[in-house]
Write a protein that binds this ligand. Structure first.
Ligand SMILES: *Cc1c(COP(=O)(O)O)cnc(C)c1O
Length: 383
């Protein structure tokens, strides 16, 4: 026995439960068709909802920024890592989100961790949805605040916990995904906002899967529910529909100014690379100039959803994430494998990531009718 034998044992347990995960190398440029194990497959597995990650214009923007500034930003933003380009991106995000200001982080994960740590501490309370993203949950733990979860989208449970606990703490922060990433449903934002007002709580909403996807102009679920301009803490990522890498917080000027002075994952980390910054900036321009992308995305979602429900039970969804529930991890893996053999790439999502196994389709604006038809054929759905 040595100090590290437990690791092997632990891995064995993971294998036994069919919970073991390994990376799958994809080749070729990001897009609706990618190469997996040397075979071209239709991609229903990416977060690249608008097909921008492989867009020539983003690539060119990244190349030009790299030539101009170099590959790295060489320091933290407060020391030597700040470029004009970063500020341009922040202003573009604020404009897309229709907020007073915005700040970019190196990833959405870091945006959540740093923001939560800056907003609450040991004398405070966090109330989070049970299905929140890992970054919200770990951010909550790291903040040192008391953390309570409420049942998924359950307003009665949340209200009950607010009534019981709110007065025992200084500040209160409610946290929620806006689109739940492994299910595809939306948080009940208007009701959450109302409770936040009633109990004097801050409300942080993670728009990772909604930015560039929901709302009339792609601003997200806040826009979808007509809550633009309300005092919310809106977090998102540049790595999903925006096709780049990085995270953001959008909100009131004072909030953003405060985060620049208090968010440890912004202060003590290197500024976003010029390439990522320029690509994200270009993506926002395209989203503004080509609203047909969002339109195409929703047309595809509508068609696939209608077809799937002919034969399968899908989890409640109001987003481009559609899930077919499976009885167990083995079934989910077999189904995914069968589709992959037919040239369709859909991931099987299993515990412990989610409570129940499922096939998780994410739909893209750039899936063509031929791609959809091939999917329907392999799922043996009627024409
Ligand atoms: C993807 C995701 C993140 C993390 O964003 P990254 O930029 O990839 O680090 C945070 N929250 C949610 C809900 C996500 O889906």
């Amino acid at each position: 026995m040595n100090t590290y034998t437990w690791i092997e044992k632990s891995l064995k347990t993971i294998h036994k439960a069919n919970w073991y995960r390994a990376v799958k190398p994809l080749s070729g440029r990001a897009g609706a068709i990618i190469e997996l194990d040397g075979q071209p497959v239709i991609n229903f597995a990416s977060n690249d909802y608008l097909g921008l990650a492989g867009d020539e214009r983003l690539i060119q923007a990244a190349v030009i920024a790299t030539q101009h500034y170099g590959t790295g930003s060489t320091g933290s933003r407060l020391l030597s890592g700040h470029r004009d380009l970063h500020r341009q991106l922040e202003l573009a995000i604020a404009s897309l989100k229709q907020t007073q200001d915005a700040i970019v982080f190196s990833s959405g994960y870091l945006a959540n961790i740093g923001t939560i740590a800056a907003l609450v501490g040991q004398r405070d309370l966090i109330l989070g949805d049970q299905y929140n993203h890992s970054s919200l949950k770990n951010g909550a733990i790291l903040s040192g605040a008391t953390v309570l979860n409420y049942q998924h989208c359950n307003l009665e449970d949340l209200e009950q916990q607010l009534k019981q606990n709110r007065t025992n703490y200084r500040r209160c922060l409610m946290t929620t995904d806006s689109v739940f990433s492994m299910d595809g449903d939306l948080c009940p934002l208007p009701e959450l906002y109302h409770l936040a007002e009633q109990f004097n709580a801050m409300l942080l909403i993670d728009e990772a899967h909604a930015t560039g996807v929901l709302g009339k102009t792609g601003a997200g679920v806040v826009e979808h529910f007509n809550l633009t301009g309300k005092p919310l803490i809106q977090i998102g990522t540049l790595s999903k529909a925006l096709g780049s890498l990085g995270g953001y917080v959008a909100g009131e000027k004072l909030l953003i100014d405060y985060l620049r002075n208090r968010a440890p994952t912004w202060i003590y980390t290197t500024g976003l690379s010029p390439a990522d910054t320029a690509a994200a900036l270009q993506a926002i321009k395209i989203i503004k100039n080509e609203p047909e992308r969002i339109h195409n995305l929703w047309q595809n979602v509508k068609q696939i959803k209608t077809k799937l429900t002919q034969k399968y039970t899908i989890l409640p969804s109001e987003s481009p994430i559609l899930c077919l529930e499976q009885n167990n991890p083995t079934k989910a893996l077999e189904f995914a494998q069968k589709l992959q053999t037919g040239g369709i790439f859909v991931p099987a999502i299993r515990p412990p990531t989610v409570p129940t196994s499922r096939l998780r389709f994410s739909i893209m604006a750039t899936h063509s009718q031929a791609h959809l038809d091939q999917l329907f054929q392999h799922l043996e759905l009627e024409k």
